[in-house]
Design a protein around this ligand. Structure first.
Ligand code: ATP
Ligand code: MG
Length: 360
């Protein structure tokens, strides 16, 4: 999965011979509705990182509404941190993913043709207006391949290109945000099925992976800002104070009852959504009697710092629930201390995963 630019822009692909192109050091860039985050790695460590918040209305549900304003933010980050080539995460909200079985095909081009025939029945997009990529799942048998396919509207890729062009940055790859997250959060070489939950500000991304290949994604409209809002109302405080309460108070830890009552509605709504997808996936695997059941749920995103959240979710899904170690695949030595603390790291998982593509 990852090189949407190959199908999208012949010009870009032509400009760089493929092998050099793939190894080029590049910064990961994660654009959300609230912020732009950038991080680059070098020799198993962090070369640089930074972020800027963005005003409401510039990006909405992953769609770029104000290219010029976003380009300004990107330019500011570029000046401060110094980078030109970028690997970019695309918003799950706009993606469609499906799994299918195709004939083995002689090469990539043939496989792409076979997948193209299946686009129309699997996603509600006009194939002429969409861009897709695929990853092979597991071991092929003699005649067939199982593939995970991700499809984006061309329009979205064009919007992202335009913003980077205006900032004079050069995108060398685009990939689904969940795929970048998986590269950072799932220990390299892992087999088995994981569920990834990215508890962001306005929404939560849920993905199912096989090893570190994403095979399903969805987004739910519950995010951590909803927690902040309800704390503001119940405690009658301004947003900064509410953020502080959210970050300091424990949930399910025998701490403040009022806090627990305040956040329970939002947290249980999130739990129900996670549970729904978890059960659906699990029962599907049981029915087909193939593949593995989900073995672990990994939490990422700034709001997964909420104290007690893993324990609370574990009561419903009955598999281990942990906050991911987002540096696990980066650092060459276990005793290297990341320059960024654990709580902030969980919000950087996407850019870490993107930057890892330049390291491997
Ligand atoms: N200890 C903590 N407990 C609860 N929430 C926390 C804690 N630390 C940080 N957060 C929350 O994490 C949020 C940032 O999350 P993140 O960086 O994942 O969001 P984002 O990527 O900008 O948004 P999104 O993914 O929704 O587009 C902050 O707004 C903050 O409220
Ligand atoms: Mg995010």
């Amino acid at each position: 999965m990852e090189i949407f630019s190959r199908t999208h822009s012949q010009r870009l692909w032509d400009a760089f011979p493929v092998p050099n192109f793939l190894k080029m050091p590049a910064a990961g860039v994660d654009i959300s509705d609230n912020s732009v985050k950038v991080l680059a790695l070098h020799e198993g460590g962090v070369r640089m990182y930074g972020s800027r918040s963005i005003a409401d209305g510039i990006v909405s549900n992953g769609e770029i509404l104000d290219t010029a304003s976003l380009a300004k933010v990107l330019t500011a980050l570029k000046r401060k941190l110094g980078f030109t080539y970028v690997r970019v995460a695309l918003p799950e909200e706009k993606a469609f993913s499906f799994q299918t079985r195709i004939g083995i095909g002689k090469n990539d081009a043939e496989r792409r043709k076979l997948i193209e025939f299946q686009l129309e029945e699997n996603v509600p997009l006009d194939p002429a207006e969409s861009v897709f990529d695929y990853t092979i799942i597991g071991e092929p048998d003699e005649a067939h391949l199982d593939v995970a396919v991700t499809v984006f509207p061309k329009k979205i890729i064009d919007q992202y290109y335009a913003a980077f062009n205006q900032a004079r940055l050069v995108p060398i790859s685009f990939e689904l945000e969940a795929q970048a997250i998986a590269r950072a959060a799932i220990p390299r070489g892992s087999k088995g099925v994981y569920m990834l939950v990215d508890f962001g500000r306005k929404r939560t991304g849920i993905a199912v992976t096989q090893g570190d290949v994403v095979i399903f994604t969805t987004t739910v409209d519950v995010g951590g800002d909803a927690l902040t809002d309800v704390i503001m109302r119940e405690y009658k405080v301004k947003d900064q104070e509410a953020e502080k309460i959210k970050n300091e108070q424990g949930f399910m830890s025998g701490g403040d009852k009022k806090f627990e009552e305040t956040v329970l509605g939002t947290v249980s709504a999130l739990r129900d959504e996670i549970n729904r997808h978890f059960s659906f996936w699990d029962s599907r695997v049981r029915k087909e009697e193939k593949g593995n059941r989900i073995k672990k749920l990994l939490l990422v995103g700034g709001n997964s710092n909420l104290e007690g959240l893993p324990e609370y979710l574990a009561m419903s899904v009955h598999v281990p629930v942990e906050r991911a170690n987002v540096w696990g695949n980066v650092l060459s030595f276990d005793d290297t201390i990341p320059p960024i603390d654990k709580a902030h790291s969980l919000g950087l998982v996407t850019v870490i995963g993107l930057a890892l593509s330049s390291e491997i």
